[in-house]
Design a binder for this molecule. Structure first.
Ligand code: UDP
Ligand code: MG
Length: 310
C-alpha cells in the first residue's frame, strides 16, 4: 500500500464518550478535501473505553492506524509516538476533544498547498472557555517564555500541519522533555498562521491539572532558555560584590573603632594623673619625730619663705 499523503496524528486521553463522533467529523472533513490520508490515533493510557472505541472505528475506517500506550504518558509524549509512526508527506497534529475544529482541516490543507510553506500553524484568536486564572497563568507563561527565549508562542496551539522536512527535523530532536509547541517554533522553517477560534470541549473536562500545566510550563521554560541557570551565576557575582563592599565597610569601622578606643585610653591616662593631682594629698605623713635639746628646732616649713643664703 503506497504511503498516504496526509497523516493526521491525534492523541486521546479518556475521550471515549465523544471519540466516534469526533472521528466521523474528521473523516468527513478529510474526504471533502480530496487528499489521501491516514489517521494515527494514540490512546494515551485511557482508563475508559477509548481503546475499544478506537478498535471499533478502525474496523469501519481502513485509514485508521492506532496505538495504545501502556499507561498515561501525557499528551506531549503521545504526540511523539504518533509523529514517529506517521508516514504522510505532511502530518497534521490536532487535539481529540473537538477543541481543534475538524472543519478547519480542508483550509489547513488548502493553505499548505497554495503557499508551499513547511508549517501551517493554527493560532487561537480566542482561548476557549477557561477560568480567569487559567487565562492569566497562560499569559504570564508566554510573557516569561518570550522574555527568556525570544520565541513568541502566544496563541500557539498544538494544531499544526508540518511537511515531511519539518517532521523529520522534529524527530531529530531526541529530548525526553518534550514541549511540542515550542520545539516546532524553535525549528524555524517557513510558517503561515491560520487563525481559529477554540471550540468548547465536546465532553468531559480538560485533563490538565494545575500541577500538570505547571510541569509543562517548567519543561517549556527550561527547554528554551538557559537563563535560569545563568541567573545563579549572576546572583553569585552580585552577592560577591556585596560581600566585598560589606567586608570593606566592616573593616573600616573596626579600624576606626579601635583607633577611637586607643585615643580614649590615652586621654584616660592623663585624666587619672590629673585626678591624683586634684586630690592634693600630702606626699607623706609623719607619725613621730625626735629633736635633740641643743638643736634649734628647724623653722616650720613655710612654703612662702623666700629661699635665702645661710
Ligand atoms: N491528552 C492526552 N494525554 C493526556 C492529556 C490529554 O493524550 O495526558 C489529549 C486529550 O485527549 C486531548 C488533547 O490531549 O485530545 C488535549 O487535552 P486537553 O483537552 O485535556 O487539554 P487542553 O485543551 O486543556 O489544553
Ligand atoms: Mg482541550
Amino acid at each position: 500500500m503506497p504511503a498516504p499523503v496526509i497523516s493526521v496524528v491525534i492523541p486521546f486521553y479518556a475521550e471515549g464518550a465523544t471519540l466516534a463522533e469526533f472521528l466521523s467529523s474528521v473523516t468527513t472533513a478529510l474526504d471533502k478535501s480530496g487528499w489521501s490520508y491516514e489517521l494515527v490515533l494514540i490512546d494515551d493510557g485511557s482508563p475508559d473505553n477509548t481503546w475499544t472505541t478506537i478498535m471499533g472505528a478502525a474496523a469501519r475506517y481502513p485509514a485508521i492506524r492506532a496505538l495504545r500506550l501502556s499507561r498515561n504518558f501525557g499528551k506531549e509524549l503521545a504526540l511523539c509516538a504518533g509523529l514517529e509512526r506517521a508516514r504522510g508527506d505532511a502530518v497534521i497534529v490536532m487535539d481529540g476533544d473537538g477543541q481543534h475544529p475538524p472543519a478547519l482541516l480542508p483550509d489547513v490543507l488548502h493553505l499548505w498547498q497554495t503557499t508551499g510553506v513547511d508549517i501551517v500553524e493554527a493560532v487561537k484568536t480566542k482561548r476557549g472557555p477557561e477560568s480567569l486564572s487559567g487565562k492569566l497563568s497562560a499569559l504570564l507563561f508566554y510573557i516569561i517564555l518570550n522574555k527568556l527565549s525570544g520565541f513568541d508562542l502566544k496563541g500557539a496551539s498544538d494544531f499544526k500541519l508540518m511537511n515531511r522536512k519539518a517532521v523529520n527535523a522534529w524527530l531529530e530532536m531526541h529530548e525526553r522533555n518534550v514541549f511540542f509547541r515550542g520545539m516546532t517554533v524553535w525549528m524555524g522553517f517557513t510558517t503561515v498562521r491560520l487563525p481559529f477560534e477554540v471550540a468548547p470541549r465536546s465532553a468531559g473536562k480538560s485533563s490538565w491539572s494545575y500541577l500538570k500545566r505547571l510541569r509543562l510550563a517548567v519543561t517549556g521554560l527550561t527547554a528554551f532558555s538557559s537563563f535560569p541557570l545563568q541567573l545563579v551565576t549572576l546572583a553569585g557575582a552580585v552577592f560577591f560584590v556585596f560581600a566585598v563592599l560589606l567586608g570593606a565597610q566592616i573593616l573600616l569601622e573596626l579600624i576606626i573603632g579601635s583607633a577611637l578606643m586607643i585615643s580614649l585610653g590615652i586621654v584616660g591616662e592623663y585624666l587619672a594623673r590629673i585626678y591624683e593631682e586634684v586630690k592634693g594629698r600630702p606626699r607623706y605623713v609623719v607619725t613621730e619625730s625626735i629633736e635633740s635639746a641643743n638643736t634649734q628646732p628647724l623653722p616650720a616649713a613655710d612654703a612662702t619663705r623666700p629661699i635665702t643664703g645661710p
